[in-house]
Design a protein around this ligand. Structure first.
Ligand SMILES: Nc1ncnc2c1ncn2[C@@H]1O[C@H](COP(=O)(O)OP(=O)(O)OP(=O)(O)O)[C@@H](O)[C@H]1O
Length: 244
């Protein structure tokens, strides 16, 4: 579904962060990206989700080369790829349901911006909150929710457009074990039930081994390990982290 060839990223003036990265992602995969701090994981995710311009590389999506997307392709990429940043921006003074609905900006931009939302859309938004186990908190202001609950609101917001690929940077950072399990289980089910692909950085290797279907190990701006998820050997951990 998604093929990337020789992706490199150099920040000005001459900071090479990613080098010659190539991979293919199939529908329904849950890819956990692991690696030391500063190895390039966030930059890789930002490039995959088009938050960051590529220095070089070729992008093939649904059998079409869209390395240089035209306006329509850009729109499609914005709709099909959802990016969940480490600290998602939510409006703390608005309800969870309104925050989720604001994710629909690509579908009905003028109406959402004007705050005109139909009853159907409200129900739709509640459906997504239900998917992440927050149906009972839909009308609560986001500022009154816990960190884990806010993260789940952000996931529901990312899902409302029906993305084909969800790119998530540290979706469980700073969360307690129960919320962590809940969110990762959620993402795993979305891959399985909706054939969505998830690419997520995880600091905890054990979580990557347990929840993902595939693991990428990033070191010094390269994918040095690409395997079906399973417990990593000491040698593999050394390859990714240098020392452990
Ligand atoms: N906009 C930028 N300009 C210059 N250098 C950058 C920029 N963004 C990232 N870098 C550099 O790229 C390298 C990789 O950063 P990145 O955030 O991708 O690493 P990471 O693996 O996600 O780290 P962490 O696990 O600590 O979040 C770092 O050395 C960082 O300083």
């Amino acid at each position: 579904m998604l093929t990337v060839r020789n992706l490199s990223k150099v920040f000005p003036p001459d900071i090479g962060v990613l080098s010659q990265i190539s991979f293919q992602v199939d529908p329904g995969e849950f890819i956990a990206v692991i690696g030391s701090s500063g190895s390039g994981k966030t930059t890789l995710l930002r490039c995959i989700s088009h938050q960051e311009k590529w220095t070089t590389g070729q992008l093939i999506y649904q059998s079409k080369d869209i390395t240089k997307p035209n306006l329509w392709e850009r729109f499609k990429l914005g709709r099909d790829f959802a990016y969940l940043e480490e600290k998602p921006v939510l409006n703390r003074n608005k309800s969870a349901v309104k925050n989720v609905l604001s994710g629909k900006i690509y579908k009905a931009p003028l109406r959402i911006l004007a705050g005109l939302t139909s009853r159907d859309e409200h129900v739709d938004s509640m459906d997504y909150l239900e998917k992440v186990g927050l149906l009972d908190k839909g009308e609560r202001k986001v500022g009154e929710l816990s960190g884990g609950e806010r993260q789940r609101v952000a996931i529901a917001k990312a899902l409302i457009l029906g993305p084909k690929v969800l790119v998530a940077d540290e979706p469980v950072s700073g969360l307690d074990p129960k919320s962590t399990e809940y969110i990762l289980q959620d993402l795993k089910s979305l891959c399985k039930d909706r054939n969505m692909s998830v690419i997520a950085t995880l600091h905890n290797v054990e979580l990557a081994e347990r929840f993902a279907t595939r693991i990428w190990g990033v070191s010094e701006g390269r994918i040095v390990l690409d395997i079906p998820a399973r417990p990593l050997s000491l040698k593999e951990k050394m390859l990714v982290f240098g020392t452990i």
